[in-house]
Design a protein around this ligand. Structure first.
Ligand code: GTP
Ligand code: MG
Length: 205
């Protein structure tokens, strides 16, 4: 799929104020600094579309970007980097969980994982929340340029093992990406295109 237009539409922290259009959307979620905003920029060929930073906590709101005038990419704040007390550290921000529980237009969520690190408790917790809420999601391993191909394979194998250990019957579909090198772009856009076609062929959700 070719991206012809990518436009910022709105930022907010209230799911009821998200765009009312009934267009399919794809949300990027994961720990702060994992590369959500960078990946949106890579997919849309626009370095300045989503705000990125070397410091965690850059994206603070729900951001809607309209793509090709008929579907949305959604950039979300990260989890796991919280200026909150220890007690509430593992709790995801309420407006993020609201977004996932209430946004009917969500066609698929992409949970981003830094390929360099082994599974973190908070990522497993978040995926459990997605599973319990019956929200379709894929895993995107990011920053693939930072390690060797052999390590990429062994880290994915370790992830699969850890998911089984946490009672997942199977690993969700996954993609390996690098925003700096453009890795995974075609696969990801093709996947989105397939899901879009399915939705449009059914005349909606
Ligand atoms: P928050 O908005 O804070 O949750 O972070 P984010 O997940 O949106 O991360 P962001 O895209 O802002 O990227 C964080 C840092 O990682 C930036 O310094 C990026 O340049 C870097 N980065 C993101 N993706 C890649 C990648 O694929 N390869 C490399 N080498 N660096 C990356
Ligand atoms: Mg961001």
């Amino acid at each position: 799929m070719k991206i012809n237009t990518a436009e910022f539409i709105i930022s907010n922290s209230d799911v009821s104020k998200c765009p009312k259009d009934f267009l399919p959307e794809y949300a990027f979620i994961g720990r702060s600094n994992v590369g959500k905003s960078s990946l949106i920029n890579m997919l849309t060929n626009n370095k300045n579309l989503a705000k990125t930073s070397g410091k965690p906590g850059k994206t603070q709101l729900i951001n809607h970007f309209l793509i090709n005038k008929n579907w949305f990419l959604v950039d979300l704040p990260g989890y796991g980097y919280a200026k909150v007390s220890k007690k509430t550290k593992s709790v995801f921000q309420q407006f993020i969980t609201d977004y996932f529980e209430r946004r009917e237009q969500l066609a698929c969520a992409f949970v981003l994982i830094d390929i360099r690190h082994e599974a973190q408790k908070i990522d497993i917790e978040f995926m459990s929340f997605m599973g319990e809420s019956e929200i379709p999601f894929c895993i995107i391993f990011t920053k693939a340029d930072k390690i060797s191909k052999t390590k990429i394979d062994s880290h994915i194998a370790a992830y699969r093992k850890q998911m089984f250990a946490n009672n997942w019957a199977e690993m969700p579909p996954y993609f390996v990406t690098s925003s700096s090198e453009g890795t995974g772009k075609e696969q990801l856009l093709n996947y989105i295109d397939e899901v879009n076609q399915e939705i449009f062929n059914n005349n909606g959700f």
